[in-house]
Design a binder for this molecule. Sequence first.
Ligand SMILES: Cc1cc2nc3c(=O)[nH]c(=O)nc-3n(C[C@H](O)[C@H](O)[C@H](O)COP(=O)(O)OP(=O)(O)OC[C@H]3O[C@@H](n4cnc5c(N)ncnc54)[C@H](O)[C@@H]3O)c2cc1C
Length: 398
Amino acid sequence: MDFSFTKKEEQFRQELRTWLEANLPDGWLQGEVQLDKESKEYELFLRDWQKKLYEGGWAAIAWPKQYGGRNATLMEEIVYQQEMVRVKAPPLINYVGLHMVAPTLMQIGTEEQKEKYIEKIITGEEVWCQGYSEPNAGSDVAAIQTTAVKDGDRWIINGQKVWTSFGHVADRCFLITRTNRLEKKHKGITVFLLDMHQPGVETRPIVSMDGQKDFNEVYLNDAIAYDAEIIGQVDEGWKVIIALLMHERTGIGGQVFTLEQQFNDLVALAKELNDDDEPLIKNPFIRKTMVDLYTRSRGSLLNYYRNLTKQLKNGHPGAESSMDKLLVSELTKELFAQAISMQGHHGVLWKENALMDRSYWQDNYLYSFGQTIGGGTSEIQKNTIAERILGLPKDMGR
Ligand SMILES: Cc1cc2nc3c(=O)[nH]c(=O)nc-3n(C[C@H](O)[C@H](O)[C@H](O)COP(=O)(O)OP(=O)(O)OC[C@H]3O[C@@H](n4cnc5c(N)ncnc54)[C@H](O)[C@@H]3O)c2cc1C
């Protein structure tokens, strides 16, 4: 693959840069926007950012124009990722809606569903969450126990979901349920586009080890959904589940650009911190670790480009995205561990006591453990690589 960008792609980069300069929230580039992540103010700030992106035509560039996208090429998507990472743009509150639910609706949804939901996803009017995992169904998602029972044109839903990211701010949930126990495990599953604002849905926050409440337990007690809110066919939800997961995996690959930026931040940190009056970057042991991290993160980026080339030829993502997910999440964990270690005993200080960058390193170090689990654990990615890329025998547990 040719890694250089064409004149047209560089023009695209410039257009986005100009827009970002004019539209990033005031004080963002200077690091002056410090909001409490659990506050309503932060939620409104993120909803407003999503709306701004939409109005500027930058909310979902890969989508077809008819839905508010730009029909962007994969190369333009790379440019987009690079520029967003460069300015450390605010996160997307409707990540699940934009990158997972809407592409699945475009692929499988009815015309009524497309009309009803897609515009509200891109404008940010309706934020979505993904209700897959349950206490006994994570890696083995087909083991779900949440039931949906037919009652006229309604369905009565009971059960529990767990680790539901954005559940506390979501307006709708892409919810998987069991509708038939007589069928085989992968049959008898139905997917609903559930309204989260109803008495039968209770969301309780889970506090993760970084002190954040990003994900939730969701209790469903006689929650209601209608026939029109089923995506795909009754009892045939497995195909819908896989379609959404493919879109999720493709999105995760883009984190290679964040990793590249984080490596640059690490180098800056090693220049800033001193050991015996010498910047740490001059210490041979630190240099060796940095070279190792650089080589591997650069390798991940090149591997990502190689997988992309295959995707450009085939027109769809393959099992290779598991390699991207595995490499990036594990490397991110190592990179932040190195940053904490470089801070010595100051590394254990946190929040307002933190020595460096208002706890940026500590926050991300703690968060990095979840990244190796969410979207499929590292072990599951290794199974996929072994079976689908290396052609090894199937996991004996299945
Ligand atoms: C940050 C974060 C965000 C998340 N967001 C969401 C969300 O929005 N919606 C949602 O539905 N879920 C979400 N999850 C849940 C996530 O998808 C599950 O945690 C994940 O799929 C693992 O499931 P589990 O926790 O039940 O672990 P288990 O499946 O019980 O696994 C436990 C351990 O056993 C290993 N293991 C299991 N099976 C095998 C096997 N066959 N071979 C080898 N090893 C195996 C696993 O790799 C793991 O190390 C999120 C999780 C995190 C951390």
